[in-house]
Design a protein. Sequence first.
Length: 272
Amino acid sequence: MEIFDKGTDYMSQYAIEYGVPLLKAIAILVIGIWIIKAIRRGVRNSLSKSNVDESLRPFLISLLYNSLLILLILTALSTLGVQMTSFVAIIGAAGLAIGLSLQGTLQNFAGGVILLTLRPFKVGDYIDGAGYSGTVQSIQIFQTLLLTPDNKKIVIPNGKLSNDGIVNYSAEDKRRVDMVFGIGYGDDIKKAKDILVRLCQEDERVLEEPAFRVDVSSLGDSSVNFNVRPWVKTEDYWSVYWDFQEKVKLTFDKEGISIPFPQRDVHIYNEK
């Protein structure tokens, strides 16, 4: 009986010493997870009503949720009496080892954070970056997916993309189409210029502001070259460029203006 009483006392003492902190830790976890999920829902609703880019929203929500979850776990462990100093040291050492082994992955993660934060481009933009060109299909935390005009998918690590120069062709709503057309030295320069001006004026896709320009740009080896620079909406850029190549050739042919091409005279001498 005495042994039973001692065992009961020991169990009661053990339950008080460890059971109460354990119940507190469980309560903190349960209530904390409920609060964190409520915060996540609130942040998600706020971001959906804001001007934050859609590609950035999942990353921000995930970062906030995981950060709060880690803080909650540390709080629960502290309630159990776990020494946070040694625990943090262990986490730091483990993080250093993992960081060295996953250096490239962490670089891509950092690049993803930079791209999603600074937003040099968004989904749907046509860009040049890291030696590739294409329409941005998705911006993920480790990589960016591009789709080429001939429907090829390109996967670019964010670390490489964030450290390289990026050309965003879709960032502005207007673009200037730069074209060069040459005529022969024997052709009427004023007539050719009037034709090019007329073609710009007749095309409804060419914007009035900024105004287009048609100028003699250079006197080449075999041609007089004109710079033709109309401003168009970004989405009309390539259709205007291709249409002008055809219209200028057909109109010049109709008006009797030649488009010279490089020629070479070969002289043959017969030695007797």
